[in-house]
Design a protein around this ligand. Structure first.
Ligand code: ATP
Length: 361
């Protein structure tokens, strides 16, 4: 068994009947027992990938290997996967116990009734729905239905768990609670899990690693920290982080990086962080709002036009080149709207991108 590549996708491509190429030669792998988030904006192809893994959709070309075995021609029911749908897809006429037991009453995972009930009860205990055994789904809250769907996906003891935006129908507070529970549960069961989401915070909080897609292409395949600190390109830098990253149009000439109202000497940057030579021309300088903060010797002189409180922190908003930019500070920083301030960029945390989005620094 190859634990490093328990799930492996090689040169996977999907062209829909209307000619739309939703997935373009995608390759990635998932380590046994990992929880991996497939992340990206609406329409980037996340569900298309998940459905190909599940066998609900045929790839145009490429391979999907589970535990080293190509499953492209294997029927969904024989792939040993559990699937949690976005809308849960519970059977409304069945009780919770009957719903959870269902996979154990049909097909390859069929078991004698007593044994099926025993296994179902084990997963109902794990998902904390034991008390709901006799209820019908219609009487349950969204969070409870979610637990039933997860218990039903796990009961056949699949090798791989696939979840398509499983938290999207829950309110904000419940999402936070259930996402922690899902992570704890899949780690306890030890099941390899692929979790689709468009929510970068959700992905950062629960994923052992994240695979970020855009337009059917992988933008970065990495752990959460690297997504944040070392984005591979401008799309990644913009997609990850809340509040969003600040972007400044700059021109590089005479060994300086010049924005409309500040400049930085190239010699002040960390030579180690250059991925390529910075030749003269136009670029985007990007910096996360927590790395642009009030300081006497700051290079940007500006007025704070608005202040937003976000719990422990405050966002100081200012205008730059007609666009709004942000500085993220502690709650205690007493700056108010209308104040003139100097803001300093943390130079070892800035990024420089080409107009095509390639990262240079
Ligand atoms: P969302 O988060 O909105 O569900 P997604 O990332 O899951 O988006 P997919 O549903 O995988 O995206 O769709 C990827 C692309 O393929 C989209 O541009 C979509 O319009 C297109 N697409 C999806 N299903 C079909 C289909 N049956 N025929 C043609 N195009 C399709």
């Amino acid at each position: 068994m190859n634990e490093e590549k328990f799930v492996e996708v090689k040169d996977l491509r999907k062209v829909y009947d209307n000619g739309h190429e939703a997935i373009k030669n995608v390759s990635f792998s998932v380590k046994k027992g990992d929880l991996v988030c497939l992340l990206g904006p609406s329409g980037c192809g996340k569900t298309t990938i998940l459905n190909m893994l599940a066998g609900l959709l045929n790839p145009t070309s490429g391979e999907i290997l589970f535990d080293g075995k190509n499953v492209v021609n294997v029927e969904p029911k024989n792939r040993e996967i559990g699937y949690v749908f976005q809308n849960y897809a519970l059977y409304p006429h069945m009780t919770v116990l009957q719903n959870v037991m269902f996979p154990l009453t049909v097909g390859k995972t069929k078991r004698p009734k007593e044994e099926a009930e025993k296994i179902a009860k084990k997963y109902m205990a794990l998902t904390q729905i034991t008390d709901l055994a006799d209820q019908k789904p219609g009487n349950l809250s969204g969070g409870q239905q979610q637990r039933v769907a997860i218990a039903r996906a796990l009961v056949g003891e699949p090798k791989i768990l696939l979840m398509d935006e499983p938290l999207s129908n829950l309110d904000a507070r419940l999402r936070l609670k259930i996402r922690e529970e899902i992570r704890a549960l899949v780690k306890e069961v030890g099941i390899t899990t692929l979790f689709v989401t468009h929510d970068q915070e959700e992905a950062l909080s629960i994923g052992d690693k994240i695979i970020l897609f855009n337009n059917g292409v992988i933008q970065q395949d990495d752990n959460g920290q690297n997504f944040y600190l070392e984005p591979r390109n401008h799309f990644v830098a913009n997609f990850i982080g809340n509040p969003v990253i600040d972007n400044f149009a700059v021109k590089v000439e005479n060994n300086e990086i010049k924005a409309s109202d500040f400049s930085i000497k190239i010699s002040d940057l960390d030579a180690q962080r250059f991925r390529k030579q910075l030749i003269d021309g136009d670029y985007t300088l990007s910096v996360r709002p927590e790395n642009i903060t009030p300081a006497e010797n700051g290079e940007i002189s500006t007025e704070i036009v608005d202040v937003e409180l976000i719990g422990r922190e405050r966002i100081l908003k200012f205008n730059h080149d007609g666009q709004q930019a942000r500085s993220l500070v502690n709650l205690e920083v007493p700056i108010k709207a209308g104040e003139q301030v100097k803001l300093k960029l943390r130079l070892d945390r800035i990024f420089i991108f080409t107009p095509e989005g390639e990262r240079i620094y």
